[in-house]
Design a protein around this ligand. Structure first.
Ligand code: GAP
Length: 511
């Protein structure tokens, strides 16, 4: 197993052990790729939502919120194009009977070539030592240039075949590259077929009277169909945005990599309505604004990168992803799409209701263009965990696992720990708890030795441990221990609030 996979495995078991994420329906042996968020998981999730909502809605005068229903009229999905075009290309291995997404099989093949390039670089850097210049090596080494040429050929081919729906050619490409099924190890593939990702069910009491219902595959359509309701009731003027957070559902063929690809997940989406012709300016604006938002959490600028789409979704005239460096490589975390007037126009046509905006600045009515920012909450959650999970060797052969979660997102902000259960310490600790818990999510713990309690809070990712000891009873001071440095300082109880606030307040991150 690669180090990266080992790391993901460790994160998954850590999440289970410390109440972040449990496999769903576990007592019935679980349901594949479906997870439940535990007590600390739900806090982290809520903090991420709050961080997004604050910056998107409350700190932008021209963005308002919405919470539309998951159930929508089935015509919504006809107009949006999802009934006809929301498909993945599928391929089966005839020997293992396993099903794969053809484009992902090819993506993984490319990742393997990229891994080989990295290995070549590591070997060369060992050989040349300090004089090694990676950029020069990559741009001149014959073998590496060959590898890049191959990657380009594969990428250009798959992009072309997907956009022109040449599924027979995708199969030929898989065969040409000799891509093997990871289970059977053979290249015995079926043809590539299209598979619609929407979950379909029925609404109504009887079979005859029932009508089709789809579980929404994106939250965006709830925003589009409410465009005029929101614009008129809030008196917003273009450019303005509508944001919402909610569940989305996709019948992913291969849901995997823990919470990275699930069938039930949450999105945080914002549709920004602009004058036709100004969309590229706003596309650039949101591209940079969203990258700055990610960087505001200080999880390492090198862990993010842009990836421009060559293959555009049916509604877009430009699109890019913000990718995060997960243990299994750089993968999509957020999408920024220029959706033109595709959705509003399609709803206008099918519903026969006029969806237009009268723009007083140019004295004209038009169907607005849209820039969308769409981030998966679960993917954001996973990025925070992957960044935070740290195994540290300490003095005297000891070690610890610590989640270095950005304090603003940490589920618990402080643990209140009386040194012993006697001499008035628990009572004093309860007083401190009562004083802090209105501002911060805190926990009170008196079980186990203080060392064990520190380790447990490190593993949960609590930024501060506050210890109440004999001296506290005498002079109202406590020891405050910082999670990442493990440094301990003595401070007066009255300074606790401002000390914690300084580290966890959203203002310090978003200003
Ligand atoms: N409204 C546009 C839209 O839905 P998308 O790129 O298909 O665009 C947006 O999805 C984001 O939703 C992705 O960047 C990803 O973070 C998240 N997402 C998509 N499919 C997912 C899945 N199966 N599991 C978890 N998150 C997913």
């Amino acid at each position: 197993m690669t180090n990266e996979n080992q790391l993901l495995k460790k994160i998954i078991s850590h999440c289970k052990e410390y109440g972040y994420i449990f496999p769903s329906s576990e007592i019935y042996d679980g349901l594949s790729a479906t997870y439940d968020y535990g007590p600390y998981g739900v806090e982290l999730k809520n903090n991420i939502k709050q961080y997004w909502w604050k910056s998107m809605v409350q700190l932008n005068e021209n963005i308002v919120g919405l919470d539309s229903a998951i159930f929508m009229h089935s015509n919504t999905w006809k107009a949006s194009g999802h009934v006809d075009a929301f498909n993945d290309p599928l391929i089966d291995n005839k020997d293992s009977k396993k099903r794969y997404r053809a484009d992902i099989l090819i993506d993984e093949f490319i990742s393997k070539i990229e891994e080989k390039i990295e290995k070549d670089c590591t070997k060369a850097s060992k050989r040349y030592g300090k004089t090694f210049d990676k950029e020069k090596f990559i741009s001149t080494n014959k073998r590496i240039l060959e590898r890049y040429k191959k990657i380009k050929y594969i990428q250009d081919s798959i992009n072309l075949f997907i956009s022109t729906k040449k599924f027979d050619k995708i199969k030929t490409l898989i065969e040409e590259l000799k891509i093997k099924c990871p289970v059977s190890g053979t290249c015995n593939w079926t043809d590539v077929r299209q598979f619609n990702l929407m979950f379909k069910t029925k609404v109504g009491a009887t079979e005859q009277g029932a009508s089709d219902l789809y579980l929404r595959p994106e939250t965006a359509q709830g925003i589009f169909v409410n465009f005029l309701n929101v614009q008129k009731t809030t008196r917003m003027k273009i450019p303005f945005g509508i944001a919402q957070i909610g569940k989305a559902f996709r019948n992913e063929i291969i849901a995997r990599q823990f919470i990275f690809r699930m069938r039930e997940f949450e999105q945080m989406e914002m549709q920004f309505f602009v004058q036709p012709g100004s969309e590229m300016k706003w596309y650039e604006y949101w591209k940079n604004s969203r990258m700055n938002w990610h960087n505001s959490l200080n999880m390492g600028e090198k862990n993010y990168r842009f990836h421009e789409h060559e293959n555009l979704a049916h509604y877009a005239n430009a699109a890019l992803d913000i990718e995060f460096k997960y243990p299994f490589g750089f993968k999509e975390l957020e999408g920024i799409h220029s959706r033109t007037d595709f959705d509003l126009k399609a709803h206008q046509e099918l519903s026969t209701k006029k969806i237009q905006y009268f723009d007083p600045t140019i004295n004209e009515s038009y169907v607005p263009y849209v820039i969308e920012t769409s981030i998966g909450l679960d993917r954001m959650f996973l990025s925070v965990l992957c960044h935070s999970f740290t195994e540290e060797k300490l003095l005297h052969g000891e070690s610890r696992v610590v989640l270095k979660i950005p304090p603003v997102l940490a589920p618990l902000k402080a643990a209140i720990l009386p040194l012993t259960k006697k001499d008035g310490m628990p009572e004093k600790a309860r007083e401190i708890m009562a004083q802090l818990q209105y501002n911060f999510n805190c926990v009170y713990e008196e079980k186990d030795s203080i060392g064990k309690r520190y380790r447990r809070q490190d593993a949960i990712g609590t930024p501060f441990c506050i210890t109440i000891d004999h001296q506290t009873i005498e002079d109202n001071t406590v020891t405050i221990r910082e999670r990442d440095s493990m440094l301990q300082n003595r401070i007066s109880i009255e300074k606790l609030n401002s000390k914690i606030m300084k580290a966890v307040s959203i203002n310090n991150y978003l200003c």
